[in-house]
Design a binder for this molecule. Structure first.
Ligand SMILES: [Zn+2]
Length: 295
């Protein structure tokens, strides 16, 4: 069923687990998420990155919405990392009710202004909004520790930002990085605990690919209700296709694509276990969930 991100995250937080936000690019990615959640009775979020939106356009949004509607599991559809108002408006118009307004490349003041404006528009359509302060780096190499520290989420600033913008979820930067971790991840849990103490809305951690299980558990304990996963699933798809096309020389298309779906399903299933959302679908099938899904 097509669910509300707000409900998924609030219920997950109350019951101390987290929801996986899985970036999808095509039918195969969507199928993999559906198979994993249906096998493990888990909620999940299908996420579209703006670059995937450029690639797939409105048909990709329709695919995600229809997949969510037709699945017996609670699934939300979310627009990831949008720095461009046009993408947000396009997604809202197409029926997406969860967006990330990402002003993190801007200065703090500009980020606040951008996020507030996008949040007002999205809320006017009944959509939930994720935002980010601090800035998650995807290219850690070349950054000095001082620069890296400067990009981490400041707990006091986070309080002010959430109050001023009215966003529904906050993506925090506590040492997490996009893409692969070049050295063992080090998360600043003291910072996360401070943010948690000061803010009541659900927190989001990007860059969950490659985080060891104990860090995932600790993050959930400290209030992270959504993990974004992209790299590991994408790598599973690409590795499987390389094997399928280059090594096996198949005669038809469905066989290697089917194997790629299976490879992604396996990675997604592991993440659902890690996030603790396996066998939690029933918690989201409540009158409250239905009410929020319809709003
Ligand atoms: Zn991200």
């Amino acid at each position: 069923m097509l669910s509300s991100t707000r409900e998924l995250l609030e219920t997950a937080r109350r019951n101390v687990y987290a929801i996986g936000g899985f970036n999808v690019y095509n039918l195969e990615g969507v199928q993999a998420v559906l198979r994993a959640v249906e096998k493990h009775h888990s909620p999940a979020i299908l996420q579209i990155h703006p670059s995937a939106l450029i690639y797939g356009g409105l048909p990709l949004i329709s695919l995600c919405l229809e997949a969510a509607r037709s699945s017996p599991m609670p699934i939300a559809v979310h627009l990831d990392h949008s720095t461009n108002p046009t993408d947000i408006l396009t997604a809202l118009k197409a029926g997406v009710r969860s967006i990330m307004a990402d002003g993190s490349p801007l200065s703090y003041g500009e980020n606040l202004k951008f996020t507030k404006k996008m949040a007002d528009i999205a809320h006017g359509q009944g959509a939930a909004v994720e935002a980010e302060i601090g800035r998650i780096s995807g290219t850690e190499d070349g950054l000095t520790v001082t620069e890296k520290e400067a990009k981490m989420t400041d707990p006091q600033q986070a309080v002010e930002f959430v109050a001023a913008t009215g966003v529904d979820f906050l993506a925090v930067t506590i040492g997490n990085v996009h893409g692969e971790y070049k050295s063992p991840p080090r998360l600043d849990f003291v910072r996360l605990a401070k943010i948690r103490d000061l803010i009541t809305i659900p927190l989001v951690l990007h860059g969950a690919s490659g985080l060891p299980p104990e860090m995932v558990s600790k993050s959930i304990e400290l209030g992270v209700s959504k993990f974004n996963v992209n790299t590991e699933v994408r790598m599973a798809f690409m590795d499987s296709l390389t094997q399928g096309f280059c090594v096996n020389s198949p005669q038809d298309l469905l066989e290697p694509l089917g194997e790629a779906i299976a490879a992604m399903t396996e990675v997604i299933s592991e993440k659902l276990y890690l996030f603790g959302s396996v066998d939690k679908a029933h918690l989201h099938q409540s009158p409250y969930a239905e009410m929020l899904a319809l709003s």
